[in-house]
Design a protein around this ligand. Structure first.
Ligand code: PLP
Length: 479
């Protein structure tokens, strides 16, 4: 057992023993979660396994400190240590991504996107209005001017990727605050290639004239050309905002370089820290020096007190991502996704866009006669954890869907390589072939209806166990 594993074993065993005395159900659920994560093929494209140092960093008294404000300028006394933590996290983020400015406070990806949107509104709408009216802050505005300014926020336009093309809820979807805040027009993918149609995007942007052009995705299995996005944004006077929540690890690991690296092209970039970046659950905003002062107003604009313990864990994860080993990891994530896609394709599975060149693969399970929901449930029965997802122009809607999204970041962290991912493709295909849909009326609540051929779940679990046991999660950690 490595030193780290034996230290972690004793720390976690003792910590869970303490928790057990207060609320045994939480200690039991925490132990069970480790057992479940160890025993299943985690293919959810947005999940990963953070390192033990990252996980441990989250369990400290930094959680107990209030530190609203910015580094060196807090609304509470005694924030010197949180100042250090936030400054180190921001420094690592700037260095890792080559960004002019980094803001480590957002608690999640959605928070990071809210900071991004409101800082762009502050920079592009609020500040020029204050300047025009000769006011220093909004407090100097008359009631009338303030009401007029407030009304302009809501009149702004944003263009983002459509949800069923792979965009995220926060890119203008009506059920999300971004869709309620802005007038929104979405862009999709080409009906034949499944790729972003930059010509159509440009033509639509010329007509719609968005204040903000959002690039980035949750379920698009291809790379984005950010130089083209910048060009379109410049032509229509839009701010380019990139949400790299999903692929930040591939940017950090220098897999996405040149025109595929958003940092040199975007005004503002937001990300999560827990997906391909393999850090704690949290968010981060990067910006040019021009947008930095507005982003710095994230608290109190949309955030309260920052989570000192999570910012500390972000700093540790970002330090890890600056090591050469992380570049090898990121390259393996992308290589493994190609192997997985090719393994599925050659076994007859339909893939949106025919393959992948990032970390995720989107299966269209319609040819198996299944909905995404049925496929997701059948795979879960066999120990394969995925999530259903819409495919472009999905006939089954956003709840049942026709797709299953899978990704390689988590199992690559466990050490899976090409042979293992080809074996995973075989297991997935086997389960899909062995699943028979049972029809239900659309909109029927309850469990997804399907039948799994006898023995397939057990056989798949046994084959998966061999792969998993050979690539243990947190090896040596015993609870
Ligand atoms: N942005 C994108 C592109 C995402 O895929 C997600 C999460 O799925 C988010 C933002 C939101 O992240 P969080 O769940 O941390 O709020």
């Amino acid at each position: 057992m490595s030193d780290l594993a034996s230290t972690a074993s004793s720390i976690y065993s003792q910590a869970l023993g303490v928790i057990e005395q207060v609320e045994p159900r939480i200690a039991a659920a925490t132990r069970a979660e480790l057992r479940d994560q160890r025993a299943s093929l985690k293919l959810i494209a947005s999940e990963n396994y953070a390192s033990l140092p990252v996980l441990m960093t989250m369990g400290t008294w930094l959680s107990d400190k209030y530190a609203e404000g910015t580094i060196g300028h807090r609304f509470y006394a005694g924030c010197q240590n949180v100042d250090t933590v936030e400054a180190v996290a921001a420094e690592h983020a700037r260095e890792l991504f080559g960004a002019e400015y980094a803001y480590a406070q957002p608690h999640s990806g959605i928070d990071a996107n809210l900071v991004a949107y409101w800082s762009i509104l502050a920079h592009r709408v609020e500040n020029p209005t204050l300047e025009r009216l000769g006011a220093k802050t909004v407090n100097d505005l008359s009631e009338e001017d303030w009401e007029a300014l407030r009304a302009t926020f809501n009149a702004q336009r944003v263009m983002g990727m459509a949800l069923d093309a792979g965009g995220h809820l926060t890119h203008g979807f009506r059920h999300n605050i971004s869709g309620k805040m802005f007038r929104q027009l979405s862009y999709g993918t080409h009906p034949e290639t499944g790729l972003i149609d930059y010509d159509k995007l440009r033509a639509d942007a010329r007509e719609f004239k968005p204040l903000i052009l959002v690039a980035g995705y949750s379920a698009y299995p291809r790379r984005v050309n950010f130089a083209k996005m910048r060009d379109i944004a410049d032509e229509v006077g839009a701010t380019l905002f990139v949400d790299m929540a999903h692929f930040a690890g591939l940017v950090a690991g220098k897999v996405f370089t040149g025109e595929e690296n958003p940092i040199p092209y975007a005004d503002v970039v937001a990300t999560t820290t827990h997906k391909s970046l393999r850090g704690p659950r949290g968010g981060l905003v990067l910006a040019t020096a021009e947008y930095a002062p507005s982003v710095d107003r994230g608290c109190p604009m949309v955030l309260g007190g920052p989570l000192g313990h999570v910012m500390a864990a972000k700093a540790v994860a970002l330090a890890e991502a600056r090591q050469p080993a992380f570049q090898a990891y990121a390259q393996a994530v992308a290589d493994n996704a190609k192997t997985l896609a090719e393994g599925l394709r050659k076994r007859g599975v339909d893939l949106v866009t025919g393959g992948t060149d990032n970390h995720l693969v989107l299966l269209d399970v319609g040819s198996f006669g299944l909905t995404g929901r049925q496929a997701e449930s059948a795979l879960l029965d066999a120990g394969i954890v995925t999530n259903r997802n819409s495919v472009p122009r999905d006939p089954n809607g956003a709840w049942y869907t026709s797709g299953v999204r899978i990704g390689t970041p988590a199992l690559t962290s466990r050490g899976f390589g090409a042979a293992e991912f080809d074996a995973v493709a075989e297991l997935i295909t086997g389960v899909l072939r062995a699943t028979t849909p049972v029809a239900t009326a659309a909109g029927t609540p309850g469990k997804a209806k399907y039948l799994l051929a006898d023995g397939i779940a057990e056989r798949t679990r046994a084959a998966a166990a061999e792969l998993l046991d050979a690539n243990p999660l947190y090896p040596g950690l015993e609870l």
